[in-house]
Design a protein around this ligand. Sequence first.
Ligand code: ANZ
Ligand code: ZN
Length: 841
Amino acid sequence: MPSHYDHAQVQEFWQYIWERDDVYELSEDATDPTYVLGMFPYTSGTLHMGHVRNYAITDAYARYRRMRGDDVLHPMGWDAFGLPAENAAYERASDPESWTKACIRRMREELETMGFGYDWSREITTCEPKYYRWNQWLFKRLYEAGLVEYEAATVNWCPDCETVLADAQVDERDGDRICWRCDTPVGRRELDQWFFSITEYAEELHDGLEDLEGWPEGVREIQRNWIGRQEGAKIGFELSRAVGSAGRESVGAIDRDESNGTIAGVEVFSTRPETVCGATYLAVSPGHDLARILAETEDDVADYVETVRERGPDEVGFSGVETDVRAVHPLTGEKLPVYVAGYVLEDVGTGAVMGVPGHNERDHGFASEHDLPIERVIVGDEDESDRNETLENEPYTGEGTLVESGEYDGLESERVRERLVEDHDAIQADVTYRLRDWLISRQRYWGTPIPVVHCDDCGHVLVPDEELPVELPEFVRTTGNPLEEHDSFRHTTCPECGGPARRETDTMDTFVDSSWYFLRFLSPNIEDAPFDAERANEWLPIDVYVGGDEHAILHLLYIRFMTRALADLGLVEQREPVERLVSQGTVLYDGEKMSTSKGNVVAPLEYGAETTRLFVLSAAHPEQDFEWTANNVRGAYDLQQNLYRMATEFVEKADTRVERRGHDEYIAREIDRTIVAVTGEYERFRFHRAATEIRELARLLRRYLAYDRPHDEVYRRGLLTLAALISPMAPHLGEELWNKLRGEGLVVEADWPEPETEPSDYASERRLVERTLEDVRDIVDVADIDEPERIELLVAPAWTYRVAELLADGVSGDVDASIVADRLSAADIETPTRETVESVV
Ligand code: ANZ
Ligand code: ZN
């Protein structure tokens, strides 16, 4: 065998053996396997470094658990629907399916070349009818449970291509939003679309975060903000038409009450209800019922609503239009002007606000633009002087004491917040969430067809279960949605009345596919259900889920939502899908994210699979970003070469002496200590620290080897331990070492190493070693040294011990040991031997 470690050859050989022996296949009758999952890849091309980092983490952990004796479920699949396939089909004159399948073939080969140990018998591909039929089935169950809505929503629209565009298909040029294909400025349009009612679960999704102790706090905080729980109050304002428009007919839901001239009210949501006496206007969003109704008769309102829709909420600033409606203040009876304003969001709170310019930033901006009064009703406690200061320039947003608020004057704002709710029926404590319902409609081809038929007589009719899947027809090239061009797909008959009907041509957001895929892995081939419920109850939750932090919000929220919805449908018991979450950091290159668009990509296989794996794991904590540098990669490469060389040299030098000498014993304890330390690091996903421990033990063993004839049993155990400890991260090297030293068996199937002695003994062992070191220090009198090289002399006891021995033997004669140390380090001798010590003396 070559003393040089030929990684390509070694990798190929062990991958062949693993596959031959099916070592990663989980037994069908496993009762409670450890479920280790990496977020499955989007099939958009080839594997990149982010994937490799992700899957190196799950693979290392899965291998570690397997060696600890667990059954391990470590599956892989393909998130195969989505826009890139459609784009590629246009660019390459291909079709989305062939392109996607080609990507999958390539990516699977790359994963295999990396040596990741997956149970490929469980592979799933979301673009296959046998997978997506269950998306359709689940859509139907959610629909029946009242968790699906069909509502108008605004989408990007290219007037030239006559198609809806995803945000990603809208390019920015000189501040214009243009179509990615034809450069036409993009507008907005309202279309009826399908939604999943995730907001029904807002409270539970929010509160549940508290108990997710296995999740990084950062991710929980991001989700908390996204769900956006806000405590406050709903305040009812009655409405009246302005003087001058009396006598005009009211329309729609605004019924004129003849007796007092008011019309039905508007409710606003506020987090600061105690500022109510500072309200100087009311504003409703362009999508609010009041705005819609007024738009029917008022041209300026209609024009404004249309402009906001065209431009989108981000570009309307503090524009707005005053209406002839007045809002009656619930405390003072004062009549406030009512505006339709784009800065008020339709689906936040009630879609209407009371404008308090004195104490709220946005209202201040709006009032300044429209010359509305800015009034102070709270004075900050810390600064009495601002009682008289005007609020013209900026609002006061803190807490404080109330003024100009009638009976509440002089009270603290927090107190008034509570009091108002007690005192007024029009003010009710309320909690709202910023979370929006999940828009799952996509006007695209490459996704799961939504299993609905539109019938003029029966409305939306769900496609019967027996007719699922509604299969995607073949791809046609068109400017719009290819499904719209398929007459045979589009025209169908109504399942209810048998009359002519139109098939829904929207497809589902690909996040639907990934919202439950982890369940399909449990029983990927069953044909009568999306997953085996009994098994789900036994095997869930996912013990460890690893993925990029770009999924902190959507994907991780959707799987939490879907699991709860499934639980409420009685399909699973578990409500939280993931016990421990590892949110991996970014791989950087020259300080930037490594990505194809930046052109700074290092292909995962450029340095060999093992070096790349070992490097991405040892470079940093999984949740930290790290920099890809050739130098550090070299370190991972050298470690493999060194271990391999040590094993080779040892086989030639082994000493079979029976009794252990002092330093043999010391090495044995260091092996034990390393086992315990590395085990702890694997448990906490601190692979980088496990790697450091492994490197240190390797270094110690190298010295031990260089120094003389090491004790056969101790050294062999040291190397076998290294092979086992490193194998989750560098499995090919692990197998190679294992095989060299034992001649049989696979390290992947070996037991995790155990220390020889009880961990409690280490402390005393260590003390013993330290005492020895003390003695050594006395002997060599180097206690005052401070240079790193010489300190190493002290902390590398195996040979310090030996140096002491040599000194005791009188080898160094009268020469002071510190001088020996000096000379050794000057001669760059890292591992002194009898000969080298003699040579420097
Ligand atoms: C009156 C008020 C007075 C408010 C005050 C705040 C301070 P933030 O600002 O993030 O804490 N709001 C409610 N519904 C809205 C909607 N549909 N569109 C835009 N803004 C809306 O969020 C809470 C505040 O957002 C609410 O409290 C409301 O303004 C505004 F001194 O009401 B507040
Ligand atoms: Zn019908």
